[in-house]
Every structure is written in C-alpha cells, then in structure tokens.
Design a protein around this ligand. Sequence first.
Ligand code: ADP
Ligand code: MG
Length: 269
Amino acid sequence: MTAKVITLGIQKGGCGKTTTTGIVAHVLTHEYNKRVLVVDMDSQGNQTEYLTRCDIYEFDERTIFEALKEGDVRPYIVKLEDNLHLVPATDVLATFSYWLYHDGKHIYPENNAMHLKALRKALEPVLNDYDYILIDTPPHIGEQTLNSLVASDYVVVMFESSKFCLSAVERFIETVEFVQGSTGQELNPKLQVAGILRNLNDKRRSDMKDLVELCGDQYPDWVFESVIDRTAATGRLALTGFDQSENKELRKAIDPYHEFVKELLARVE
Ligand code: ADP
Ligand code: MG
C-alpha cells in the first residue's frame, strides 16, 4: 500500500499547523502503529525543533532543501523512532523559490509547472515505505505550500478561531482549487480537502464560539466535528516535547486530538 500524503496548511501563522502535525504523527505511530514520515516544509524549522528538540542547525545541509534539489528525500530522512521519521528544515529553505527560478530552472522548468512538482518527485521513492506522510507548511502561499499541495492526496485546513483566519480559509481553499485544476491547468486533480480543523478555541470567549459556529455554517461538509481547545498542556509540548518522562501531562496534551485523528482516518482511509 502506498502512503497517504497529507498537508496541513493555511497561509496564516499561529493556527496550529506545526503542533497538530506533530501530535497527529505521534498518535499515528504510538496508538495506531502506523509508519509515518513528517516533512518540514517551513524554513522556520519549527517542526524540526518540535520533534527533535535539537538546534535546527544540527541538520545544516541535510534538509528538505537538499532533498528537493536532488529530487529524492531518502538521504535526508532522520529516524526519530522506529516508525517516526522526519525530513528536517532550516532557514536555507527560504531560498527555495529563488533556487527554483535560477539554478534549479533546468531541473524543474516552469513549463508543465515542473517547479511545483519538486516535492512530489522527491517523495516518490519512499511512498511504499510509509502509511502516512504528513507535510507541515509555512505561513504563506508560495512554492513551498504549492509543492506540498501538489504532492498530497489530502489537505487539512487549519482554522484558528478568528475572523481573519476565516478569510484566510476562503483564500486557501481557492489555492486548493487552483491546484486541483480550477484554471484549467491540472497540477494535482486527486487532491481532496480532508477537512477543516477548528483549532485554538478558547471556551471562555463568546467571540470564538461564534467563529467556530460561523466556520461550521460556512463549511458544513468540511469541518471536523471535533474542535480543539487552547490548553496549557498542549502549549507546553513545545517546551517539553513528547517524552513521557519529561512531560507528566502528555496524556492531557494529546487526548483532545484523539477524536480528530479518528475522524481524519475515517475520511482518508
Ligand atoms: P503554526 O504552525 O500554524 O504557525 P503552531 O503550531 O506553531 O502554529 O501554534 C502556534 C502557537 O500556539 C504555538 O505557540 C503553539 O505551542 C500553540 N498551540 C498550538 N495548538 C495549541 C493548543 N491546542 N493549545 C495551546 N496552545 C497551542
Ligand atoms: Mg508552523
């Protein structure tokens, strides 16, 4: 069976892309015994830091950027656990667009949108090695996000309960439709919206309750039933990581995501 490739995206920062990608990867490996590859497509390297708890420069010149240039992720996979692997990122990934249109233009010419298919090509050799490939994306729509969508079977749209994020979701879905072929150029017609995750909800705030409902009214077929609240336990994961011995509240941090993961699997399996 080939891996299901899932991008978690939204062009707004702070919506929980990195946190959710890391937690879903953890739950899939630890509770579903799935083989998971996480790809960090954000030059901030937050996912790399989140999962490895290392200084991202430890991965200098052994990152997704080199993998994209060579068209193969295999030499750049870091084995974090038996079933949990990562392709790290550092800030050099910020030069990816520049590279694509200069040194890389002979490898990935713009005709036939080859420059947006670089990640798809780099992932091809490992599709049979994993059950899931999860792609964490940057807070902008650019070559990294477009490459991620072109390489994916599904996208989870991250909604953080704010009006500006609701606007961002609308624009993001236009981008998904562009990748699916709305302008006549089919970059990835098989891409599907797995759903919209309403995240970072604060139960004490009535404005957020309204926005969670508004998002549900606007996208009734797409929103996941589960809504993720903002909790200290989940926020703390960024400090402690997933190591049970360092994080006594690991269960509390991860439990709110179980229903979501169940829903996600039901939609993609
Ligand atoms: P993005 O990758 O979309 O920029 P992050 O995953 O970095 O978003 O999340 C933004 C901030 O919110 C981070 O400080 C993260 O620790 C925190 N965060 C994310 N999800 C939760 C949650 N459910 N509860 C509390 N804090 C969260
Ligand atoms: Mg992030």
